[in-house]
Write a protein that binds this ligand. Structure first.
Ligand code: FBP
Length: 555
């Protein structure tokens, strides 16, 4: 395969590891902290996770390694990439591979193909040194592929176990987001309950940035994805400020949380950035959001500035109270009547059926939406029961509503400007970018950490590399029990144990920083142009963490 000059250069990049992981493996010990609790529903979670609930936080320290797997014994480990792509996944695999081989050169790593389904169907390749080298510091998940199959039934766990036994696996590493790490926790518990020796370790991945807590400071991929989007937004801002004729509505990925939109706003200072969590907190309707946008457009028009940039988080629709209720009702009726719904061939028939099944308020909300959005709301759910928000064109819905509101204002004489618009959706553009130095280092460290957790006989843990706002020379490593991040939520019409998404905290420093300046950015053009990710050069240009991480560490 032909390689670009950057691809060739990045092969030679040596990811930085936290000091503890640079020690000899026999000198890495683990200290165990206090027992932990799940974020909510502690009593129920304790019952559901009899074996793996309440385990302590593990921190690697200099000392002799302890545990039931000795680091120098040859081990077999399976790895899967699960869910949406995020920059750096390949480096997690390479870090895990290098850790395994540093422990014992005869250890084997199997990459299961296409995500969890590879584990179920036992489709795997053995990772060799030459194969790993091909993928070091590259973006994408094409090394072994990914998928979103949910592993939750006893039959599926048994199939995974059969695969593990056939391959003589000591452990499985699941590289994934909240749903995939929920799978990992369930699998770890199942094996432990059955007295099986196979360990399960998770690694926090998702560009959405919503798989985090005090010990998982960020999920990998968030850094690179937001820097990629920020480059594009900055370019559009500069275009808008040059041509002075368009309002750009930019939808940004992030299935639920608005971390991506907020980070891009902090980096680029757009005129408006909607934060879904604030919409929910203030119980804002779609009309309220349209008011907020049109007010800014009218104010800028008075200053002769008929252009601007508006950021819209992908998950917004699910946070607008009337839409949230509508989607929840739709999810339930679609789950309960899946077979009948399949028989409805046309959109008209589906919409009519849904309208009859919905309660009065939800039916009113549904009918008030343009047909295209109705159609998008009725589309297939993902295997975890989620609406596929990346396919709902919220940016176009808002443009339509803003345009008609501005027309009314023009008639009333309260708006005299000119409104021309462009719409964009940035999501897939950022998921497979070359990992930034931060993500390249973080991911490699996470993979290596996963190996050390396995070597110490831990299961049901997620790899944790901490102190990330500081240079890698000050990072720490360890693991936390996955159950610590879990609670019960309604999925497919049933209460299920899942990892609780970490949403944007309105009392948190990143949002407060944005809040302090947004009124100014709305009216006065204050754009900042971050430019492309830099891989080589001075630290302040190529080794900075996200502003979210930086602000969160200020508190
Ligand atoms: P993960 O949570 O699996 O990391 O995926 C996140 C994401 O990129 C969301 O931002 C987006 O809504 C979704 O995946 C898109 O999914 P798909 O790749 O199936 O279109």
């Amino acid at each position: 395969m032909d390689k670009s000059p950057l691809q060739t250069a990045r092969h030679g990049y040596l990811p930085k590891l936290p000091p503890i992981l640079r020690s000899k493996l026999t000198e890495i010990g683990v200290t165990m902290g206090e027992p932990t609790e799940s974020v909510e529903n502690q009593a129920e979670m304790k019952q559901l996770f009899e074996k793996t609930y309440g385990m302590p936080i593990a921190t690697f320290v200099k000392g002799s390694a302890a545990g039931d797997l000795k680091v120098d014994r040859a081990v077999n480990v399976g790895v899967i990439l699960s869910g949406g792509q995020a920059p750096g996944g390949h480096n997690v695999i390479c870090g895990l591979f290098d850790g395994l081989r540093a422990g014992n050169a005869a250890s084997k790593l199997f990459g299961f193909l296409g995500g969890p389904s590879g584990l179920l169907d036992d489709k795997a390749i053995e990772i060799t040194p030459a194969f790993a080298d091909e993928y070091r510091n590259t973006g994408g998940f094409d090394m072994i592929g990914s998928g979103r199959t949910k592993v939750e039934t006893e039959e599926q766990f048994e199939k995974v176990l059969t695969t593990c036994k056939r391959r003589k696996l000591d452990a499985v590493v699941v590289i994934g987001g909240d749903d995939s790490n929920t799978n990992a926790a369930l699998m770890g518990e199942y094996f432990a309950k059955k007295g099986e020796a196979v360990k399960v370790i998770g690694v926090p991945k998702t560009i959405d940035g919503d798989l985090k807590n005090q010990f998982i400071e960020t999920s990998f991929g968030f850094d690179t994805a937001t820097k990629t989007y920020a480059e594009l937004i900055g370019n559009i801002e500069r275009d808008a400020n040059s041509a002075k004729k368009y309002w750009h509505f930019i939808k940004l990925m992030g299935r639920s949380a608005s971390h991506i939109a907020l980070e891009c706003a902090l980096q680029c200072r757009p005129n408006v950035c909607i934060i879904s969590e604030e919409v929910e907190e203030k119980q804002q309707t779609l009309d309220n959001i349209v008011d907020q946008i049109t007010r800014v457009i009218a104010q800028r028009a008075e200053n002769g500035e008929n252009f601007g940039v508006i950021l819209i988080p992908e998950g917004l629709i699910e946070f607008v109270p009337e839409m949230k209720r509508l989607i929840a009702e739709l999810n339930d009726i679609l789950a309960a009547n899946a077979a009948h719904f399949e028989t409805l061939r046309t959109f008209e028939a589906q919409a009519e059926w849904a309208n009859k099944k919905l309660g009065r308020d939800a039916s009113y909300a549904f009918s008030s939406l343009p047909n295209e959005i109705q159609r998008q709301l009725l589309m297939d759910r993902d295997p975890h029961g989620n609406v596929q928000v990346s396919r709902i064109e919220t940016e176009k819905l808002l443009i339509e509503m803003v345009e008609s509101r501005l027309a009314e204002m023009k008639r009333e004489g309260s708006y005299k400007g000119k409104f021309s618009h462009q719409n964009h959706f940035f999501g897939y553009e950022g998921r497979c970018a070359f990992p930034s130095n931060f993500d390249a280092d973080y991911c490699y460290s996470l993979g290596y950490t996963a190996f050390v957790l396995i070597a110490n006989g831990l299961t049901g843990y997620i790899a944790s590399v901490r102190n990330l706002a500081k240079p890698a020379s000050e990072w720490q490593a360890g693991g936390i029990p996955i159950t610590m991040m879990m609670n019960l939520e309604q999925r497919h019409g049933h209460m299920k144990p899942v990892i609780k998404k970490a949403l944007v905290e309105l009392a948190g420093s990143p949002f407060k920083t944005f809040d302090r300046s947004r009124e100014t950015w709305a009216v006065k053009t204050s754009y900042v142009y971050p430019g492309a990710i830099q891989y080589y050069g001075p630290d302040e240009v190529c080794n900075q963490p996200t502003l979210t991480l930086t602000h969160e560490h200020e508190k």
